[in-house]
Ligand binder design. Structure first.
Ligand SMILES: C[S@@+](CC[C@H](N)C(=O)[O-])C[C@H]1O[C@@H](n2cnc3c(N)ncnc32)[C@H](O)[C@@H]1O
Length: 285
């Protein structure tokens, strides 16, 4: 995982940021999302596009899936802010760059980015190095979800008002957490003010992944393990829906990765298509 001493961020957060940048660099327009600030933050050095996980063809499905989920989240958050929600919480934010790319939305709300202390310290430094800084409307809250501490209290101390509705997102995190940690997080979030929305991704068990995507999906598991960031939790859609409802959410809906593929990638002439393997739950209080 991340290492504060050597100033290294979580490697999974860097990978998805590089995939978002690759999309703009190697896929023809229209771009589903334009994000090259994550690349600037990561500053991976020359040759990053030669990394095996950046292979433009071999990993195009993963790249597209990461861009699709980021676009879905961005549309949801813009819609929520448009409807008057004033608090946006990003769990496991990594190299999320909404604040830097969309200041017209971000400056109208308070954005709370939660991540592991080491990755967050690194990001704070990089934002400063690049001249973005940390504006007053961005609050960085260092939390390790596995450490059992009360991150809810930390969030309040950072200025979060639990009496007001919020939009909370969590992408690419639950597969790295125990089901206990995710369950505890969901129970906390179910206590958000009425009118709040949570969007959270989860990884599917192999048997629910499209047959065509299964070999590549399976191949990622030993690589994740070898990198020190093993996938430890998988959920069937009915399982995560039940978990969200039992945690106290009023409603929970499943959004399949294939739905995002149809929404954002239909009719492309380059054949770019998100691979299946990760879906979303959208829950409301
Ligand atoms: C694959 S990255 C996703 C980053 C971002 N949500 C995105 O979609 O670009 C996973 C993130 O989860 C964070 N994470 C992993 N385990 C965590 C934990 N126990 N507590 C807090 N954050 C954690 C990592 O530091 C990393 O930023």
């Amino acid at each position: 995982m991340a290492d504060e001493q050597s100033g290294v961020p979580d490697s999974t957060a860097v990978r998805v940021a590089l995939w978002r940048a690759m999309h703009v660099q190697v896929d023809p327009p229209p771009h589903v999302l334009e994000d090259d600030i994550g690349l600037r933050l990561a500053a991976p050095g020359e040759g990053w596009r030669e990394r095996p996980d950046m292979d433009p063809r071999g990993t195009s499905g993963f790249r597209a899936a990461i861009v699709a989920r980021a676009r879905f989240i961005e549309d949801l958050v813009a819609e929520q802010i448009g409807q008057g929600v004033t608090q946006y919480v990003v769990l496991g934010a990594g190299l999320d760059t909404f604040v830097q790319r969309r200041p017209e939305f971000a400056s109208r709300v308070r954005v709370f980015e939660i991540d592991q202390p080491e990755t967050q310290a690194w990001k704070r430094r990089r934002l400063t190095d690049l001249g973005y800084g940390v504006p007053d409307w961005l609050r960085l809250v260092p939390v390790d979800f596995e450490a059992g501490g009360d991150w809810w209290e930390q969030l309040s101390e950072a200025g979060f008002d639990p009496r007001l509705p919020a939009v909370v997102v969590c992408t690419g995190v639950t597969m790295y957490l125990t089901k206990e940690a995710t369950g505890a997080t969901l129970r906390r979030l179910a206590g958000l003010a009425p009118g709040s929305t949570l969007a959270m991704t989860f990884m599917l068990p192999t048997e629910l992944v499209d047959a065509a995507d299964r070999p590549a999906f399976e191949a990622t598991k030993p690589r994740a393990q070898a990198s020190g960031t093993p996938f430890i939790s998988f959920y069937a859609p009915h399982e995560i829906l039940a978990l969200a409802r039992e945690s106290g959410f009023k409603d929970a809906q499943h959004v399949a990765g294939t739905t995002l593929a149809a929404r954002y990638f239909a009719g492309r002439s380059d054949g770019l298509r998100p691979s299946s393997g990760e879906d979303l739950v959208v829950a409301t209080t």
